[in-house]
Design a protein around this ligand. Structure first.
Ligand code: RFL
Ligand code: PHB
Length: 394
């Protein structure tokens, strides 16, 4: 088999890139380790920047998001029971975010892919990139016990944090930057109306909590849990009790609870690999960087990488400007580090981490107070929450 671009991984990064390239007439094949249903079963992101929404429309997969997605022009931060609304739209000159689940947008991209007639191979195992440093790379894999090989011009590694792409770059060519936070987020999805029309990020002595939503009848809630916590030890009842204790009274009183549809613990990690390319292999999304979920930046940062590679490959094939591929990593990394910094800062600001001195506790309180009380502080949060613009490739 032969194609222009082999994309490893059918998460949102891989599917979005595949559709955008297809729209430009650039053939591609996607190889995914698990089944489509398994990919759709992962409950993850919920908040999209406007840049992501535009890319999804450009990919021809934005129709349902524009009907079912909720446009939010504000978000709340609650500190020890006191609520502050960050008016995203007025603080950023009209920018907003869209609340639309990763599961739904992945489904939309899968449907668009089916219509495009481009090949997607699910349950493709032992996927392996070869000869990435040379001019004739190829990818091998197995499916249903048969071995396959695809020759290509470029390989896009969209296979998440545990994928094979990053591991296929010689270790002396990359540098990794990492911070692992103690504990994680215990998340519950429930078919109940959301407690508040807008998201509420809550800082509390007992730990962080987040009230999010997927629609007016589907809620997504999270609480910060310690490193030793196991999901089996959290009955629905225990989860709801703990969430209520961390929310302002008026929200706790009106919280409607119900059985969990999904319950899982997500780790909190900051991670970046530099550079994000080696020869003809490019890394995108979680394959190259991870953020703790506090700033809602993971998927949105992935979309920045997709925008960059798509812009470059469009010019490579339409104008023969293959030298542009050299710019991929440096272009992505500026925006990646912006997302890393905001996610790390929001995580430190809103979580309860043990081990602070009395002085550090005071500094933390004062920082919270400054950012929430002053318009300048709120503006800094709003500006980053709605997302920075993508860099243009010239
Ligand atoms: P994914 O989604 O991990 O997809 C990678 C795909 O690659 C496949 N794969 C392989 N395929 C072939 N061969 C191999 N060897 C392979 N190894 C792996 C995998 O099966 C998978 O299908 O990465 P991608 O596409 O880069 O997308 C990244 C996003 O999923 C991630 O950044 C976000 O979900 C992060 N995130 C959020 N991001 C936001 O922008 N806004 C949010 O509100 C937000 N909330 C969240 C989040 C992540 C969370 N968790 C669970 C970590 C909330 C949570 C709780
Ligand atoms: C979600 O709805 O899953 C969600 C929203 C905002 C975040 C993280 C996750 O910061």
């Amino acid at each position: 088999m032969k194609t222009k671009v082999v994309i490893i991984g059918a998460g949102p990064s891989g599917l979005l890139l595949g559709q955008l390239l297809h729209k430009q007439g650039i053939d591609n094949i996607i190889l995914e380790r698990v089944s489509a249903d398994y990919v759709l079963g992962r409950i993850r992101a919920g908040v999209l920047e406007e840049g992501f929404a535009s890319l999804l429309r450009e990919a021809g997969a934005g129709e349902r998001m524009d009907i079912d997605g909720e446009v939010h022009d504000g978000v709340e931060i609650a500190v020890d029971g006191k609520r502050v609304r960050i008016d995203l739209a007025s603080l950023t000159g009209g920018k907003k975010v869209i609340v639309y689940g990763q599961t739904e947008l992945t489904r939309d991209l899968m449907d668009a892919r089916t219509l495009s007639n481009q090949i997607t191979s699910y349950e493709a195992v032992n996927v392996e990139p070869h000869d990435i440093a040379g001019d004739l790379p190829f990818v091998s894999y197995e499916k249903d016990g048969q071995k396959f090989k695809i020759q290509c011009d470029y390989i896009a590694g969209c296979d998440g944090f545990h994928g094979v792409s990053r591991k296929s770059i010689p270790s002396d060519h990359i540098k990794e930057y990492e911070r692992v936070y103690p504990g994680g987020w215990l998340g519950v999805l429930s078919a109940t109306p959301p407690v508040n029309p807008e998201l509420v990020y809550a800082h509390h002595e007992r730990g962080f909590a987040l009230c999010s939503l997927r629609s007016q009848s589907l809620s997504r809630y999270y609480i910060q849990v310690g490193p030793k916590e196991k999901v089996e030890d959290w009955s629905d009842d225990r989860f709801w009790q703990e969430l209520k204790r961390r929310l302002p009274d008026e929200l706790a009183d009106k919280l409607i609870t119900g059985p969990s549809i999904e319950k899982s613990i997500a780790p909190m990690r900051s991670y970046v690999v530099e550079p994000m390319q080696y020869g003809r292999l490019f890394l995108l999304g979680d394959a190259a960087h991870i953020v703790p979920p506090t700033g809602a930046k993971g998927l949105n940062t992935a979309a920045g990488d997709v925008h960059t590679l798509y812009s470059i490959l469009t010019k490579v094939y339409a104008e023969g400007r293959s030298e542009l591929t050299e710019k991929y990593s440096q272009t992505c990394l500026r925006r990646v580090w912006d997302g890393e910094r905001f996610s790390w800062w929001m995580s430190n600001l809103l979580h309860k981490f043990e081990g602070k001195s009395a002085f550090e506790e005071k500094m933390h309180k004062s920082e919270l107070d400054y950012y929430l009380r002053t318009e300048t502080g709120q503006k800094i949060i709003a500006d980053q929450y709605v997302g920075l613009p993508y860099d243009e490739i010239k």
